[in-house]
Design a protein around this ligand. Structure first.
Ligand code: ADP
Ligand code: ASP
Ligand code: MG
Length: 408
């Protein structure tokens, strides 16, 4: 088999961890498999680099950020290859450029366009274990280095698995699989043996950072079999795969939370056609992704309040832009709230079961958690609540839907 193994930040956090990773990789190779390894930077390294740049400038240029951020993964990929050689196996390290990972030129959140990988394929055929730096690529023609967005090494791994036609893509992290909710918040959370691509995609995009959202999108599109496992033990992990009949029987399979949210409200906008279009076109043109939107028209029907949420990292930019548009539209004012969180329940079984949303609202009400905004889709319900109730809400919902260990 050809296996891609991706090791996240905590799995390569120091020299001892890198040596442990090398051992696991060599063991896999000795079992008769070809192995392509993808590594993240050491835990905390990317944050440290971002912080350095912000000490120099409040708005560092993204091209230069990418050049700097790509250095973390360069260190770990070279060190891992050296550690594998030290164990007596041939290994070769590759940067994104050497792997031929071509992306678009949207710095700090580039999309992979293709992976050439000729040299890496040759090395694999010659018996080398290859070790690729995750999270990075180059623009067509190779003039610039790009990065793939936070958590992007997951995407590197899935895309490399697809390009090499690998039989399996293993994501090694600090938990031994995908749980019904973040096991670091709810110790009773239960590990799932398997989860559908759709559910994993919702959980990831709603805040469960165990897999990066775009990596799941990519895996689903190209049907890459992904297993999430721990690099700290040999426990069986979670298979992310196509939906099957059994999965529909479970109504809610997970609870996710996202504290990286901000709510902006435009108050007293005239209630006439074209207002929402003007507001949200302005925001979209600035590359800001709006999540939930709620509009309330006043009882006299003359004015409306429009509230929407954006990632907290975009709050400042959005607020400035919205204030300009609000003035132009003749709105009464703009308000902003950052101490909010989005709590979501996810499950493919929701398609065929009713009453899930109301059970969620009742559970939150019973614990006096006020709901600020609501949004639903076929397989999820999300509520915006006060950030201080995040952990409480996750725990009580996890319990209300019977997700804890021993309950199913
Ligand atoms: P890595 O550095 O290996 O990429 P991450 O920190 O990005 O690891 O992702 C692993 C973390 O994801 C876990 O430590 C856990 O706190 C968090 N997490 C959130 N939701 C879930 C979930 N449903 N199942 C498992 N882990 C989750
Ligand atoms: N090092 C990058 C980050 O911290 C990419 C990754 O770890 O996947 O976001
Ligand atoms: Mg990660």
């Amino acid at each position: 088999m050809l296996i891609v193994q991706k090791y996240g930040g905590t799995s390569v956090a120091n020299v001892d961890r890198i040596k442990a990773v090398a051992k696991r990789v060599v063991k896999t190779a000795k079992e008769g498999h070809k192995v392509a390894v993808v590594v993240s930077a050491m835990a905390g390294e990317t944050d440290k680099l971002i912080n350095l740049a912000h000490q120099v400038s409040s708005a560092p240029r993204e091209r230069e950020m990418d050049l700097m951020l790509s250095s973390g993964e360069r260190v770990t990929c070279a060190l891992t290859a050296i550690a594998i050689e030290e164990l007596g196996h041939k290994a070769m390290a590759f940067t994104g450029r050497q792997m031929g990972i071509i992306t678009d030129d949207v710095h700090t959140k580039a999309k992979i366009e293709k992976i050439a990988g000729e040299r890496a394929k040759k090395a694999l055929d010659e018996g080398y274990i290859i070790v690729v730096a995750g999270f990075q690529g180059i623009t067509e023609g190779g003039s610039d280095v790009t990065t793939l967005g936070r958590g992007g090494s997951d995407l590197s791994a899935v895309a490399i698995a697809s390009a090499l036609n690998a039989d399996l893509c293993e994501i090694y992290t600090d938990v031994d699989g995908v749980y019904t909710t973040d096991p670091n918040i709810v110790p009773e959370a239960r590990k799932l043996n398997k989860i559908s691509y759709e559910e994993m995609l919702e959980l990831a995009s709603l805040g469960a950072k165990v897999l990066q959202t775009r990596s799941v999108e990519f895996a689903m599109k190209y049907e890459v079999p992904v297993v999430v496992r721990s690099s700290f033990n040999d426990n069986q992990g979670t298979l992310v795969t196509k939906e099957d009949k059994d999965m529909e029987k479970v109504v809610v399979s997970g609870v996710a939370y996202d504290k990286n949210q901000a709510k902006i409200t435009v108050m007293g906008v005239p209630d006439k056609p074209g207002i929402a279009a003007r507001l949200f076109k302005g925001i979209a043109d600035a590359g800001i992704v709006v999540d939930m939107i709620v509009q309330n028209v006043s009882s006299d029907g003359k004015a409306a309040d429009i509230s929407f949420t954006v990632p907290r990292t975009d709050t400042k930019k959005t607020l400035k832009l919205t204030e300009g548009i609000a003035k132009e539209l003749g709105a009464k004012g703009v308000d902003m709230k950052e101490d909010i969180a989005k709590i979501s329940i996810v499950g493919v079984g929701m398609r065929t079961h009713s009453g899930v949303a109301s059970q969620m609202f009742e559970t939150l009400a019973k614990h006096s958690v006020n709901i600020i905004m609501i949004s639903t889709s076929e397989i999820k319900v999300s509520c915006i609540i006060d950030a201080k109730y995040t952990e409480l809400a996750v725990r009580v919902l996890h319990d209300a839907f019977g997700l804890a260990q021993g309950k199913v």
